[in-house]
Every structure is written in C-alpha cells, then in structure tokens.
Design a protein around this ligand. Structure first.
Ligand code: GDP
Ligand code: MG
Length: 370
C-alpha cells in the first residue's frame, strides 16, 4: 500500500509538520509526526492545503528509470567482468593478486595499488579484463539475491592437491543458477602432491566436462604462487568472452551496480560502482538504491582521478548522500528533483518493508485489522 509519513508529507508540501497534524485532526485522523498515513488521506490533506496533487506510484518511479533499451547498432564491444570463486584456501586471493600484476597499463605507475573491490587490467595483447575483487561467494550471492547480475564469467579455483570441496560445489551451483560460464583454474600445480587429473575427473560428477575429456569447459592448470600459466588463463578468459559477444552502449547516461560501499572518515560515503552501460561523468546526478547524489570525483584502481568511466570499468565514486548496499543499482537521472523523488520513494518502501518485517505494521495495515 502507498503510504507516507506525516513529516515527509509536510516536507514535500513545504508546510510545518504541526500544521499537517492539525489538518489531519480536522479530518478525524489522529496521527503524530512520525506516523504513516495512506495515500488517500494524504491526498485529502494536500487538498486542504490547496496544493496540487501528484501521486507517484512505484510503477511511475521505476518506469523510465532505466530508459530505453539500447538498439543493437549502438552496442560496442566491452571487456568481460570476471568473478573468482572456490573453496577456502584454494588460492582465490593469491590468484587475484597474481592477475592484478599482469596489468601493463599501470606498470610504470606502480601497478594497481588501490583496493576498491574490483579492478581492470590491460593485458599484454591490449585487451582489458575486469575482475571483481570482493570476498568470493558472500558478495556474489548477496548481489545475486538483490537481482544484480554483475559477472560474465566465473573462474572456479580448485587446488590440485585438495580437489573439489564443499564450497567448490556451492560455487558451481551459484554459477549454474546464474547461467554464467565457468572456467576452471586448477591451482597449486607447483605442489608435489598436486593431481590435476583427479580434479578433472571430479568435475565430471558436476557435469563439468573439460576439453581434455571431450567437453567444452576450459580448464587451465596454474600456480598463483609461481605465476605459472597466467597468460593461458587470460587467453581462456578472452576466448570465452569472445564467445559471449559482450557489448554495451557507451553513448548514454550511465547505469551500473554497486560492488562495495562504505562510510569513510573525511571522505563521506564512498561506493565502488561497476559501470554496465553508458558513460559516467563528473557532475552526473544519480540514484543508487535509496540514496542519491552527484558525482564529485571518480578514482580508479591506480588511485588516479578520472573524468569519465565507460562500460565494465569499476570506479570509486564520491558524492553520495549516504552509503548504498552492494548489489544496489546505480542510475544516472536528469534532474536532482527526480533523483530525490526516487530515492525518497525507495527509502519509504524500504522502511515499510522493515516495519512489516519487525511486526509493526503501517497505520493502514493497523486499520485493516480493526
Ligand atoms: P583463498 O582462501 O582461496 O583466498 O586462498 P589464498 O589465496 O589465501 O591461499 C591459501 C594458501 O594457499 C596461502 O597460504 C597461499 O600462499 C597458498 N597458495 C595459493 N596459491 C598457491 C599456489 O599456486 N601454490 C602453492 N604452493 N601455494 C599456493
Ligand atoms: Mg582469500
């Protein structure tokens, strides 16, 4: 049900809360400033004040938010976005670190120095690959549960001396549910007790048939520690990515997803945003979950300030009014008023859900029960 707090109603009409409470009383509704009233009651109050009514429904808010779909001709090739998953201690962090150092773009600048939850490398061939660098499953499942499809390819890390374990199976299931192709990185092949063939055989039980065995799953034997076959792994990513024919329209208002967000002392709310289509620019006004803001600065993984961010580029964004959640959308809108309206609307919906979950219904729900 559409509802609004008395305070918010007062704010939107630019009237004092106490006057709204009085008007409500006149209408026979006893409500305090923090209570919620339904849309019909709010409409009566607005009429009493002589203001014009503009009801914003959920549909109004969300329709037009994402704008038109991109026409096929507007799509330009974009880099793949890759997430690394696997059992604990199988080498996810080590592999991410090793891959980070394959970046040729930032080599003189000292490589990738900032931890912003995602990074993009330019590989030897000049191709770019974006890696999501947040801790494994939690981030992936959390984002997926929020409806965000961030990743194009999952790299499944399996330690060659340990084989498929509980979290390996979980990762396989997540990737399958998300319909994201898997590339297997059989890691720790430098270990004397490593047995890559055993891993390949175990994969069969999960319907992952590697190329050696006549299937189409790419499996690369690597050592994150010795940096063995990283080039082959990157080659596999690029090959898989080519098959996916990834494209995005860079010439539109930016849309993306929040990878990480936090409140930082002295910097305020900071979010790492993965741009998915369009180009994000300094000064852009955006909504992210139930927060909004204006892009004040963008920082890349080299700690450099940048002016623009196109598809598949992760950037740290400053200029939010509050911290969104990982997996929240990030959508550039035209006007501040629109951003505010959408963010407020979403905030309200969120609060209502929380109230319902905590068992304290809205006023309307309470009235329904009487
Ligand atoms: P994560 O839990 O999956 O992130 O695994 P880590 O990257 O933290 O690695 C777990 C342990 O395995 C650490 O002690 C690493 O040094 C070690 N390790 C990771 N990759 C390799 C590798 O290729 N070879 C060997 N011998 N050890 C590795
Ligand atoms: Mg780790």
């Amino acid at each position: 049900p559409e509802t609004i707090t008395v305070q918010e109603l007062a704010n939107r009409m630019a009237e004092r809360g106490v006057e709204v409470v009085k008007t409500l009383m006149k209408l026979g509704v006893m409500a305090t400033i923090n209570q919620t009233i339904d849309a019909d009651t709010a409409e009566l109050v607005i009429e009493e004040f002589g203001h014009k009514i503009k009801r914003v429904t959920a549909a109004d808010v969300e329709i037009g938010m994402r704008g038109e779909d991109d026409e096929e001709g507007s799509l330009k090739p974009r880099p793949p976005v890759v997430t690394i998953m696997g059992h604990v201690d199988h080498g996810k962090t080590s592999l991410l670190d090793a891959l980070r150092s394959t970046d040729v773009a930032g080599r003189e600048a000292g490589g990738i120095t900032q931890h912003i939850g995602a990074y993009q490398v330019t590989v030897e061939s000049g191709d770019k690959v974006t890696f999501i660098d947040t801790p494994g499953h939690a981030a992936f499942t959390e984002m997926r549960s929020r409806g965000a499809n961030v990743t194009d390819i999952v790299i499944l890390v399996v330690a060659a001396d340990d084989g498929i374990m509980e979290q390996t199976v979980e990762a396989i299931n997540h990737a399958k549910a998300a319909e994201v192709p898997i590339i297997v990185a059989i890691n720790k092949i430098d270990r004397p007790d490593s047995d890559p063939n055993r891993v390949k055989t175990e994969l069969l039980q999960h319907e992952l048939v590697v190329e050696d065995m006549g299937g189409d799953i790419l499996a690369i034997e690597v050592s994150a520690k010795e940096r063995t076959n990283l080039d082959k792994l990157i080659e596999a990513i690029l090959l898989q990515s080519e098959l996916l024919e990834l494209g995005a329209n860079p010439d539109r208002a930016a849309q993306g997803v929040v990878i990480e967000a936090k409140l930082e002392r002295g910097r305020g709310p900071v979010a790492t945003v993965l741009v998915q289509r369009g180009t994000l620019k300094i000064g852009d006004i955006f909504v992210s979950g139930s927060e909004w803001g204006r892009v004040r600065a963008m920082i890349n993984e080299h700690g450099k300030s940048i002016e623009e961010a196109g598809p598949a580029l992760p950037v740290e964004v400053l200029g939010l009014n509050g911290a969104p959640l990982a997996g929240d959308d990030f959508i550039v809108v035209e006007h501040e008023a629109r951003a505010r309206e959408i963010a407020e609307f979403r905030g309200q919906t969120k609060r209502e859900k929380e109230m319902a979950a905590s068992g304290r219904g809205t006023l309307e729900q309470m009235l329904d029960k009487i």
